[in-house]
Design a binder for this molecule. Structure first.
Ligand code: DC
Length: 231
């Protein structure tokens, strides 16, 4: 196949507030690829568990619920939508309560296995950018390109604070900082598929780099993969 027409699988991992979703969305847009926010799938699972009134630590009932759940991320003009059993739940997922619920349900290996299978199914045709915590390490260990995006905790907490403010959530910066640090610790410390840097990932620090700067680094790496002889 003509290398330039190859449709890549691109993985972006990193902690809360590193700028993954902005980078992934813009990179997908620039390349004409689909963008899948895998965190939204864990959020949808947390939301369903809450709606069902489940204790988030009740592993048996959570796993049964996950087995009977279909979660898809589909492209739409206003950005990707999360369909859970066919219902659009996107608007309910970006709340502090779902930050916490998704981080807890994502610690269970059975839930991860179910969602990883759905994530792999979405990448069959290539032409996809997926962001999350284990995309380059577990979901697509053979991805064509892997990025690991990070930034200082203070900057990441400030970004998360802005996101929450924009959705009208009353919250203070110190509380957000504590919540981000706690979620980092859980995501990095869990036994199954913890957040780590894949050995072959390109690391990008977004502390002092804006979204355009991050996108530039990513697009250069894409060009390098598509035209390796022109490096
Ligand atoms: O990216 P996010 O903040 O929307 O993700 C919410 C939670 O989901 C995060 O705290 C950990 C979990 N998650 C995960 O375990 N693996 C992924 N690939 C994506 C998210």
């Amino acid at each position: 196949m003509d290398e330039r027409k190859r449709r890549l699988v691109i993985a972006i991992d990193g902690p809360v507030g590193a700028g993954k979703s902005t980078a992934a969305r813009r990179l997908a847009q620039a390349l004409g690829y689909i963008y899948v926010d895998s965190g939204a799938m864990y959020r949808a699972m947390g939301w369903k568990a809450r709606q069902a009134g489940l204790d988030l630590h009740d592993r048996g009932r959570l796993v049964a619920l996950a087995a009977a759940t279909d979660i898809r991320v589909v492209a739409a003009a206003e950005g990707p939508r999360v369909l859970m059993d066919g219902k659009d739940v996107t608007a309910a997922l970006r709340t502090p309560e779902m930050d916490e619920a998704s981080s807890v349900v994502s610690t269970f290996p059975e839930i991860r296995r179910r969602l990883v299978a759905l994530q792999r199914a979405m990448a069959k045709e290539g032409g996809i950018v997926m962001d999350g915590r284990d995309i380059g390490t577990v979901v697509f260990p053979d991805a064509d390109l892997k990025f690991y995006l990070d930034a200082d905790l203070t900057v990441r907490a400030a970004r998360r604070f802005q996101d929450l403010r924009q959705t009208g959530t009353p919250i203070d910066l110190d509380a957000v900082r504590v919540e981000v640090a706690r979620r980092d610790e859980r995501d990095r410390g869990r036994e199954t598929s913890p957040l780590t840097v894949a050995a072959d990932a390109i690391r990008i620090d977004s502390t002092a780099r804006d979204a355009d700067g991050v996108l530039r680094v990513m697009l250069e790496a894409v060009q390098h993969v598509l035209k390796p002889d022109k490096s």
